[in-house]
Design a protein around this ligand. Structure first.
Ligand code: G6P
Ligand code: ZN
Length: 541
């Protein structure tokens, strides 16, 4: 073991999901080492512990893993379980942490952000329950980064990550595992693979876009090799360090090719995509894009069709900016329903306590209590199971759903790379005028309430404040504004727009059209165009 003197590096504060920075920042001397040491200090050291280690394969993935292995071995860790070639999707890592009853894991990813030496990199620590570190732990990690004076490592040649099986580093045992096998077995337990296989054997056609990212090998093994989907169902299925120069974010903007495929006359029956690290998902039928909020609601309504959920759901949870579509299903079916701050980590206590077994976010995350992360392929398999069991197309499922529960028209408008001072002032001024809003009529809509969302965790009692500004209008319309916690440049203002429609004759409008009044009201209340100088959002999803 060698001890290297260091000094705190400013700003090593985790965002919504771990520490994300430009890759070159992570490659600066001591940057990665300082953060790893701060994690190890915060969790009471590495001694005697077993960790799962893997990432989404982006540039610097393997180098960072070698550094973690050396530091963990030098500091007395017992064992490490590492995905072959350093690869593990985030949900697969969460599963391995739980399956092997380990002390947690290091996941290397900047999720849906582009990869490469000039793009983004990230590192997060997950807890023994398989979920992202809690606020208390991330705060402690940050405190450690501010007081660090040294770190411990060792000198050694690089560990061979390519060969499966047992190896070691110093006294630490290392197992290099097939990244897919255990995860695929878990999926087989949860879903009716026979029914889905029959669907494909009957000629059902699907396009899955892995976006040159981590789900390629998982989707190929599960969809093509196990479920008999035709070869070529999985597109862009080889993970690349720069994701082919793309933005591996599964939404209609970044998964444009898939959208074009699915909107064409000869579209396959079903389309789906996942992100850089495999935890997000996009669902699209022939000519029918499904918003993440609607997807969550449909899954809540039909999950009992999958063998792993046959007993029905105890409860569901959604992040606050996610639409209330799932709330309507929960109310109709008598399930518990929880509204949490943005970030998957807030679902952990509810899942551990058995209060909920389905969770979802507008940011394209859906998952259940099978792991403690959102899970892209899980959502895709759930939809396939629902389609196989109902025999209905995606478009018909959506129509039925809206007729039963009403439609929560929904859209998110993002203003990216806004000057941070301007964004903060916009939020501060809006916060200041919240008490004056109720009763006012803006763009024809009457404000029924306005607040800044805060959350009291019903399981561990923790309090989290400052989680986004909400303005509620009569008739089930709502505007939410918050600043992104995952950006790496300036500030991103997210404006979440929603309106409930229950008129059976008005369930098939274009969302932007149906939301026109809500969009106008948001602009007037928050003065977005005036303050940012932007006439329109950069991205609408
Ligand atoms: C990550 C987290 C999600 C969260 C999202 C929000 O993807 O894993 O749980 O919903 O960030 O991102 P934002 O940029 O809106 O803070
Ligand atoms: Zn992700």
């Amino acid at each position: 073991m060698i001890t290297i003197e260091t000094a705190p590096i400013a700003g090593q504060k985790a965002g919504t999901s771990g520490l994300r920075r430009k890759t070159r920042d992570f490659m600066e001397p001591r940057f990665l080492e300082n953060y790893i040491q701060s994690i190890l200090n915060a969790i009471g050291g590495a001694k005697g512990k077993t960790f799962v280690i893997g990432g989404d394969g982006r540039y610097f993935n393997a180098d960072a893993i070698q550094t973690i292995l050396r530091m963990a071995a030098a500091q007395g860790a017992d064992a490490a379980i590492v995905g072959q070639n350093g690869l593990l999707s985030t949900p697969a890592a969460s599963h391995l942490i739980r399956l092997n009853k380990t002390d947690g894991g290091f996941i290397l990813s900047a999720s849906h952000n582009p990869g490469g030496i000039d793009e983004d990199f990230g590192l997060k620590f997950n807890m023994p329950n398989g979920g992202p570190a809690t606020e208390a732990v991330t705060n402690e990690i940050f405190a450690q980064t501010q007081n660090l004076t040294s770190y411990q490592t060792m000198e050694s040649p690089a560990v061979d990550l390519a060969t499966r099986g047992q190896t070691s580093l110093g006294d630490m045992a290392i197992t290099i595992v097939d990244p897919v096998a255990d995860y695929a077995a878990l999926m087989q337990d949860l879903f009716d693979f026979d029914a889905i296989r029959s669907l494909f054997e009957g000629g059902f056609r699907m396009a899955f876009d892995a976006m040159h990212a981590i789900t390629g090998p998982y989707a190929t093994t599960i969809l093509e090799d196990t479920l008999a989907a035709p070869k070529g169902t999985v597109r862009n299925g080889i993970p690349l360090p720069d994701f082919g120069g793309g933005h591996p974010d599964p939404n209609p903007i970044w998964a444009k090719e898939l959208m074009q495929t699915m909107m064409a006359d000869d579209a396959p029956d079903f389309g789906a995509a996942s992100d850089g690290d495999g935890d997000r998902n996009m669902i699209v039928g022939r000519g029918a894009y499904v918003t993440p909020s609607d997807s969550l609601a449909v899954i809540a309504a039909h999950a009992h069709r999958a063998p792993g959920y046959a007993k029905g759901l105890a409860g569901v949870a959604r992040s606050m900016p996610t639409s209330a579509a799932v709330d309507r299903v929960a109310a109709a079916k008598g399930m518990g329903c929880f509204e949490t701050p943005t970030g998957w980590k807030f679902f952990g206590t509810l899942l551990d306590a058995g209060k909920v077994n389905l969770c979802g976010e507008e940011s394209a995350g859906t998952g259940s209590d099978h792991v403690r992360e959102k899970d892209g392929l899980w959502a895709v398999l759930m939809w396939l199971n629902i389609i196989a069991s109902t025999g209905q197309s995606v478009a018909d499922l959506m129509t039925d759903h809206w007729q039963t529960y009403g439609r929560n028209y929904y859209s998110r408008h993002d203003y990216e790379a806004v000057d941070s001072a301007i964004a903060n002032t916009l939020m501060d001024d809006l916060r200041a005028k919240l008490p004056t809003l109720p009763g006012q009529t803006v763009a024809g809509l009457t404000v029924s309430g306005a607040d800044e969302f805060a959350y009291d965790d019903p399981v561990d009692g923790s309090h989290t404040s400052g989680q986004g500004i909400r303005v509620m209008f009569d008739a089930g319309a709502r505007v939410v504004l918050r600043l992104s916690g995952t950006g790496t440049q300036g500030a991103t203002i997210r404006v979440y727009l929603e309106r409930l429609e229950e008129d059976p004759g008005k369930l098939h409008q274009d969302a932007e059209t149906a939301l026109a009044d809500v969009i106008n009201a948001a602009n007037q209340i928050a003065e977005i165009a005036d303050r940012t100088g932007r006439a329109a959002p950069d991205v609408k999803t």
